[in-house]
Design a protein around this ligand. Structure first.
Ligand SMILES: Cc1ncc(COP(=O)(O)O)c(C=O)c1O
Length: 380
């Protein structure tokens, strides 16, 4: 029987525990497991890097939410990305990356993977022709996209890019961190691997760092599982438990994030102290129609340009009271940041450098009138 998203979020991988009936999966805070005889580990558990029941519960739930056969949980989003790259690519290969992406993802390609022999080309992921032109036939192994992108909220047409990648014999990887599986399920649109920083909406409470991969193909999923163990960047049992607790309310949280973000985007749009408002839910956003096609709603992230330039943008970030000045996103509390000097500082001087007058909001689930009042006083 197939179940709805919220049912899966609460139950997938989370049957009551067999021995005691505990309704919530226990935290198996153990590194190793007693074996019944040499070579006969109980239920296949032998060492917690290779397998842990709390992590298994999270992995099964992640796979169910993204609609893939294999889900894997990592120590962080970047650990998941690194494991994926080193599973699929080898020195001499090439990857197409977004020309707008999380700064740490760019740093992984530009400062780590490139030194190790992996070449990359940034391309505008909202333009399938630009992505096609960036592909090097024979050597491109991955077309990597974020949608919406961080921080400029560009929208990639997942189905169109799946066609472009597959024509070239490459995989389409979608970083679904900004949307969450509640708003968008890339595998249903043709993606081969979904990446998450579970630190963000999936965990949802700014209390745990983690990452995930969900593969559309079971064979690739098993290769990734092999590398997860061989490379070792696993999610710990307590972190997996916290993430699972967050997942149970993902759907209701996302709806509230979207409600609040829609109100705030409408308020900022046309405000005298604000230049361009970037939110895929606004009809003027160039990716609005594609977003409406592949997303349930438009998410909780808003970026905008301060009318008074970079110093004004910095002042706004310094002046908010409810919006906490902090990196990260996707928690229940609202955050504000200056991408150019904070999350995306590592992209300075690169094709991924972000405008200095840009402010990014992660709209939380507080009372929206309080958030609007905070922005009104901070805009000056
Ligand atoms: C879109 C996106 N992908 C990946 C990451 C990296 O995840 P983590 O910080 O959990 O390593 C982030 C972090 O901000 C992100 O925003």
């Amino acid at each position: 029987m197939s179940h709805g998203f919220d049912t899966l979020a609460i139950h997938a991988g989370q049957d009551p525990e067999a021995r005691t009936g505990a309704v919530i999966p226990p935290i198996y805070q153990t590194s190793t497991y007693a074996q019944d005889a040499v070579g006969a580990p109980r239920l296949g558990y032998e060492y917690s890097r290779s397998g842990n029941p709390t992590r298994d519960a999270l992995q099964e739930c992640l796979a169910a939410l993204e609609g893939g056969p294999v889900g894997l949980a990592f120590a962080s989003g970047l650990a998941a990305e690194d494991t994926l790259l080193r599973t699929v690519c080898k020195p001499g290969d090439h990857v197409v990356i977004p020309d707008d992406a999380y700064g740490g993802t760019y740093r992984l390609f530009a400062r780590v993977a490139e030194r190790w022999g992996l070449d990359f080309t940034p391309a505008k992921v909202s333009d399938p022709d630009a992505v096609r032109a960036a592909i090097r036939p024979g050597s491109t192994k991955i077309v990597w996209v974020e949608t919406p992108t961080n921080p400029l909220l560009g929208i990639a047409d997942i189905a169109a890019l799946a066609g472009v990648a597959h024509d070239a014999g490459a995989l389409l990887v979608v970083d679904n961190t900004f949307a969450s599986p509640y708003l968008q399920q890339p595998i249903a649109h043709g993606a081969d691997v979904v990446v998450h920083s579970t630190t963000k909406y999936i965990g949802g409470h700014s209390d745990v760092v983690g990452g995930a991969l969900v593969a559309a193909d079971a064979g690739l999923g098993e290769e990734l599982r092999y590398h997860q163990n061989a490379m070792g960047a696993i999610n710990g049992p307590f972190d997996a438990w916290l993430t699972l607790r967050g997942i149970k309310t993902l759907g209701v949280r996302m709806d509230r994030h979207c409600d609040n973000a829609e109100r705030i985007a409408a308020y900022l749009d046309g405000h005298a102290k604000v230049g361009q408002v970037i939110y895929p839910g606004l009809p003027a956003h160039p990716g609005h129609e594609v977003a409406a096609k592949q997303m349930r709603r438009f998410g909780g992230m808003i970026s905008f340009r301060a009318a008074g330039g970079e110093e004004h943008a910095v002042e706004i970030c310094n002046r908010t009271e409810l919006f906490i000045l902090a990196e990260s996103l996707g928690g229940v509390e609202s955050l504000i940041e200056h991408p150019g000097r904070m999350t995306h500082a590592s992209a300075a001087g690169s094709p991924l450098e972000v405008p200095g007058d840009l402010v990014r909001l992660s709209v939380g689930i507080e009372t929206v009138d309080d958030l609007l009042a905070d922005l009104e006083q901070a805009l000056g």
